[in-house]
Every structure is written in C-alpha cells, then in structure tokens.
Design a protein around this ligand. Sequence first.
Ligand code: BEZ
Length: 256
Amino acid sequence: MDVQENPLDGWNADLYQDKHQFVWEYGGDLIQLLNPRPSERILDLGCGTGQLSQQIADFGAEVIGIDSSPKMIERSRANYPHLTFQVGDATNFHFDVSFDAVFSNAVLHWVKPPQAAISCIKNALKPSGRFVVELGGKGNIQSIITVLQSLLTENAARPPVDHPWYFPRIGEYASLLEEQGFRVIYAACFERPTPLEGHLGIQNWLKMFTQVWLQDYSETEKQELYQKAAEKLKPMLYRDGIWVADYVRLRIIAHL
Ligand code: BEZ
C-alpha cells in the first residue's frame, strides 16, 4: 500500500516539517546532552522526519532512526537518503546489534505502557549504554488539554475520550528507569513556553497533534473544535501577536 494511503497512519509529514520545526530545533540542546562521539552506534527512537538523526550523524556517529509512522519514515528517507530509517514500534522493537546510546526527543509521551518502551531500550543497549530522553512532563500543555476536554464534555451526544498522552512527574519516570536497572545520572523538569508559527499557530498545532485523540470526530467537527479551542485559549496563550504553547519538558540521562 502507498504509505500516503495508510488509514492507520494519522501523521501529516508535510504539516510537521513545514510548521513544527521547533520540535527538532529545541532537540538540538538534547544532542548536547547525548554528546555523540565518532563511530558510536546510536538509535534515534521516534525520529520523525529525520533532522535530529542527521545532526547526530554529523558528529561521526552511525545512526539508525525508527518511527512508528510509515509517512514519517518515508519523509526521513527522502530527506537523508544516506542514513538508515525503519518503521518500528517503541514498545516492541529489537536489533541484533546493540547500541552505545538510545536518543529520543518528544516521542515517549505518546507511548504506553512506558515500561514496555524502557524494556526495549534497555535490551537495545550495550551493557554500558546510555539513554538520553526528552518528553512532556507533568503539566505539559495543560491549558490546551483543559480547554479541549471541556469542549468535548459539552457535546452531550458523545462520551468524551481521554487524551492519549503520558506526561509523568520526574520522580515517576526516574523510578521506572531505575526499576529496570538504569542509573539516572541527570534529570530536569522545566517549563518551556513554545512559540508556534503564524496567526493560525494553535489551529495548526491542534490539527497536527490531536489526530489520535479526535480520531472518531469528522473533519467538520474537528474544524469546529479547533476554532472554539482557539477562541478559549487566546487569553491564555496568545501574547503580543504570537501563540505560545505551555510546554513542560522532562530531560533525563540514564546509564546502564
Ligand atoms: C510535546 O512535545 O510535548 C507534545 C507534542 C504534541 C502533543 C503532545 C505533547
């Protein structure tokens, strides 16, 4: 099947790459924490359209990127044909040759159960390997979630569906890693107000990232929800002509 026609792949690689560059631009800092060294073998878990995989490869590392979305992998391969990208599920992946490091930016808040992903990551690492991760932390995009939840609850004809994300507290995620044998050597949780591009910034964000949450809603219903959500969010997230999403980040380095 042409990947563009796969109905199970809700990701829009064009919208991601054209309007949400901030995802990998902020990820550049995380690469400093990864500190890739020449000829290290590094897995980019949830590589999206491949920009951070390329930045890691620029250090001379051998990089493999995996993502659950065939559309994202198709785009990664088109962007960086000299790198290796594969479709893979973060809760169920295996490699015969192990890695020096697993890197993951802004992906693992989509992945449940988190223990299954941590187990695969551990199994993919060499005995002295490291895991460097950023994901949404407790309170991430809280105003967006609260507004959408209240709009969904207003519609008496449909029972509201819970949001699909996992935004753990720092201690919770560190404990999950420790339970599987990792040593957490760095952990930080911080607010990172994130500017969105253009006057339709919040609508584009909702269109891009609520596909899974609103999968049972028609296009017309979704457009109406985006419009209403933007009106309600404006006093909270629109400042000096710019939409700013209320991101909270969790960054962790864990060693085996
Ligand atoms: C995040 O990067 O925090 C995020 C992005 C999209 C949906 C939810 C969270």
